[in-house]
Design a protein around this ligand. Structure first.
Ligand code: EPU
Length: 342
């Protein structure tokens, strides 16, 4: 474990933004992490935990210690006739883990194929796509409390998962470092094709009857196809996936919007609340495909902001702010970033 100083963060964030870290260290085991946290030298230094860097935007040099999580390993911890429990190191790449599950025939994460980032970051914001969220396959996680350096296990209930939310983003923000996550996966997978786009792709590929008996690999392939057709590959165009969260509005507000904009899409999330796709709001406000210097709004999914090359974090932040303002003016809805702005 070696702490290095003044290193470039360009390769460590999928936006591809040039920034520097005052101090940077990689940890490869939970013991190593605890050893680092016990060092008096770093006790009062601000810390940033880095996974795949796929959900953050650097707007300035980071004047603290960046801890890059490199804890690896996929370990089978329990099984019965129906399920298998696997404990996965926080530093494992999420998509590689999903591919491993598909090869082994373990079902539950196939809809979450191709999501950038690491396993340890996934529960932080309860990652989700195409009708599935990590909470659906979550068993428990192990985290280290930064101030006491104690290990602690969290059940799903204790994580208080919500839409792109958990206690690690709210009441315990900045207090814990996730070291591993245990998933409960199915040996006899039941596929979830409730999301329209998956059903469409599978029907095209397998026919209407075939959809019902699609394998987890076929579902994963369909998800990969959909994502590749809409979302820019961060290797080619810097981005952090959805920049904003989809806003949830009271039903009455949604009904008022429907009177003004008859095509406004919405998905009820409870009796009194409706989720509105931020991508639609942004597109209607005229931003889709727009470019401003080194930054822009993706032309196939307006929820994604892109670095067209050499962008500064501040430029992306300014664009996000302008979009936020214009959406609020047009629709009276304040959309909030999903990405962590540092
Ligand atoms: N839409 C538009 N214009 C756009 C984009 C979207 O009109 O430019 C409307 C359409 O009505 C479309 C609807 O929004 O039917 C939903 O779009 P999409 O299926 O692309 O999903 P999303 O709600 O925009 C969310 C997640 C994505 C996830 C997809 C699929 C959030 C913030 N984003 O996007 O997650 O892949 O659903 O489940 O919840 C991410 O978090 O980085 C991410 C990519």
């Amino acid at each position: 474990m070696e702490v290095v100083s003044n290193i470039s963060l360009k390769a460590y964030n999928t936006f591809g933004i040039e920034s520097t870290a005052r101090h940077f260290v990689e940890v490869s085991s939970v013991e190593e992490l605890q050893e680092l946290l016990r060092l008096q030298e770093w006790k009062n230094t601000p810390k940033l935990i880095l996974g795949g860097g796929s959900n953050l935007l650097f707007t300035a040099q980071y004047d603290g210690l960046i801890i890059k999580m490199n804890i690896r390993g996929i370990e089978l911890v329990e099984e019965n006739d129906e399920f298998i429990w696997v404990k996965v190191g926080a530093g494992e790449n999420w998509h590689e883990f999903v591919m491993h599950c598909i090869e082994q025939g373990w079902g539950g994460v196939e809809n979450l194929s191709l999501i950038p980032g690491t396993v340890g970051a996934a529960p932080m914001q309860n990652i989700g796509a195409y009708g599935v969220e990590i909470k659906d396959v979550f068993a428990s996680l192990e985290a280290v409390k930064i101030d006491t350096v104690q290990r602690q296990t969290f059940s799903g209930e204790e994580c208080q998962f919500g839409y792109r939310e958990s206690v690690f983003k709210t009441i315990y923000k900045g207090q814990y470092i996730i070291a591993s996550v245990t998933f409960r996966l199915s040996k006899h997978p039941e596929i979830n094709t409730s999301y329209g786009a998956i059903e469409e792709v599978l029907t095209e590929r397998l026919g209407e009857v075939g959809v019902k008996s699609a394998s987890i690999r076929e579902v994963s392939d369909a998800v990969i196809h959909i994502r590749q057709s809409k979302l820019p590959d961060p290797q080619e165009i810097g981005n952090a996936g959805s920049f904003f969260k989809n806003p949830v509005v009271p039903r009455e507000q949604f009904e008022t919007l429907q009177q003004q904009f008859d095509k406004v899409p919405g998905y009820p999330v409870s009796k009194n609340e409706v989720k509105v796709p931020a991508g639609w709001l942004i597109e209607q406000a005229g931003w889709k495909g727009k470019r401003f210097g080194n930054v822009g709004v993706h032309d196939r999914q307006a929820l994604v902001l892109v670095n067209l090359g050499g962008a500064q974090g501040e430029e992306v932040k300014k664009l996000a702010y302008d979009i936020q303002q214009s959406v609020e003016e047009k629709f009276g809805i304040l959309i909030q970033p999903e990405v962590n702005i540092i």
